[in-house]
Design a protein around this ligand. Structure first.
Ligand code: SF4
Length: 382
């Protein structure tokens, strides 16, 4: 039976009958014990390690996260080490993962944990939620996995599994539906002592089911341990649930960037003050302007007004770059100068003049890496 039109989510008692809940939980936990992927962060319950993995995994695939996770923990093996690190160094070990506010919040939270919680990730939900960058999902994940606290996680994977179990239609991210899904997730959480596995295993089992079998496009119901309780499977509508999210319209734009170069092979990179969008985060970047298409004239005017540079702009091969809904055309220009300038305006959060081939020692985005690569390739070919 589908949910009533007024109620987007069936009550949990409707989703899995109470009498069958223990069997449902046992089946899923047994499947997880045998089928779970062997991932670095599953070999530990250290709250710091779990926290780092959960932040890195937000919007990022497991295969991408693995090398970053290992490097990050080698460089910052404890909350103390992370709290003591310079922001630049933290960003450098995050560079390429994207969504850099995650790294900045991680660093701020590490300082707070050292200052207010004696270096230990807090156990209480309200205290965890008060840390920068920690929302309900991350708090529940860290507290359940590291401390065995009974909080159910709700992320995209778990929401999709719940939506199919209950044959829930409509947009899952609607606040009312999301709240009801959170209630449903908590109600499915095994009560303390009813199974050998704890809340952390349960949460990971739900997420693993969503990540490996109950996948967005082609759910593998034939191998699913809980198929007999799944309404969407019974109704033959698993493949069309949940309803597709309304996607934000993609925006196309161009970033014209100047790779200034002096005779010693040094270039100029800067940081903008404040948050100016795509590349204008706190990472080091080439002087650039944003427009609907590559614009050498506008870039030349910018270089003249801010840096006092008037030199020939040599176009380099463009590159494509995507940041969420933004499709960016990177249009690099090589600008040879006798002497690297000092900016005239105080709009910068800082200026550095590294050797171009050593730029990667600074925290830079992958877009800046592409621009630098285009310039280095042109120089090697000339
Ligand atoms: Fe997902 Fe299919 Fe399992 Fe239902 S039976 S939970 S749709 S994999």
């Amino acid at each position: 039976m589908l949910a009533s039109p007024r109620r987007s989510t069936p009550r949990t008692s409707e989703m899995i009958p109470a009498a069958e809940l223990p069997a449902f939980q046992s089946r899923l936990l047994a499947w997880f014990a045998g089928a779970k992927r062997d991932l670095d962060w599953r070999r530990t319950s250290d709250p710091y390690h779990v926290w780092i993995s959960e932040i890195m995994l937000q919007q990022t695939r497991v295969a991408t996260v693995l090398p970053y996770y290992r490097r990050f923990l080698t460089q910052f093996p404890s909350v103390d080490a992370l709290a003591r690190a310079r922001p630049d160094v933290v960003l450098r070990y995050w560079a390429g993962l994207g969504y850099y506010s995650r790294a900045r919040n991680l660093h701020r939270a590490a300082k707070e944990i050292v200052a207010q919680h004696e270096g230990n990730f807090p156990k209480r939900l309200e205290e965890a939620l008060a840390l920068p960058g920690i929302g309900p999902y991350t708090a529940a994940a860290v507290l359940s996995i590291a401390y065995g606290e009974p909080h159910a996680v709700l992320d995209g994977n778990v929401a999709r599994v719940l939506a199919r179990l209950g044959a829930i239609r409509g947009e899952l991210r609607q606040p009312i539906t999301w709240r009801e899904l959170a209630d449903a997730a908590n109600a499915l959480l095994p009560a303390q002592g009813t199974h050998d596995a704890g809340p952390g295993d349960w949460n990971q089992a739900m997420m693993e089911l969503g990540a490996t079998l109950c996948t967005p496009r082609a759910p593998q119901c034939g191998g699913c341990p809980v198929a007999r309780w799944c309404r969407a499977h019974t109704l033959g509508i698993a493949g069309v649930l949940p309803s597709a999210r309304k996607k934000r319209q993609p925006i196309s734009l161009a970033l014209s960037a100047a790779v200034l170069l002096d005779a010693r092979g040094r270039t100029l990179v800067l940081r903008q003050k404040g948050d100016h969008g795509i590349l204008f985060s706190s990472l080091w970047q080439f002087p650039a302007i944003q427009a609907s298409r590559p614009d050498a004239r506008k870039l030349a005017r910018y270089l003249q007004s801010v840096f006092g540079v008037s030199a020939e702009l040599q176009p380099l091969p463009p590159a494509r770059h995507t940041v969420t809904f933004r499709k960016i055309l990177l249009a690099p220009f090589l600008v040879r100068v006798r002497k690297l300038p000092a900016p005239r305006r105080s709009t910068m959060g800082g200026v550095r003049k590294p050797v171009l081939s050593e730029l990667e020692r600074l925290p830079i985005s992958s877009a800046t890496q592409k621009i630098a690569a285009a310039a280095l390739a042109a120089l090697a070919a000339s």
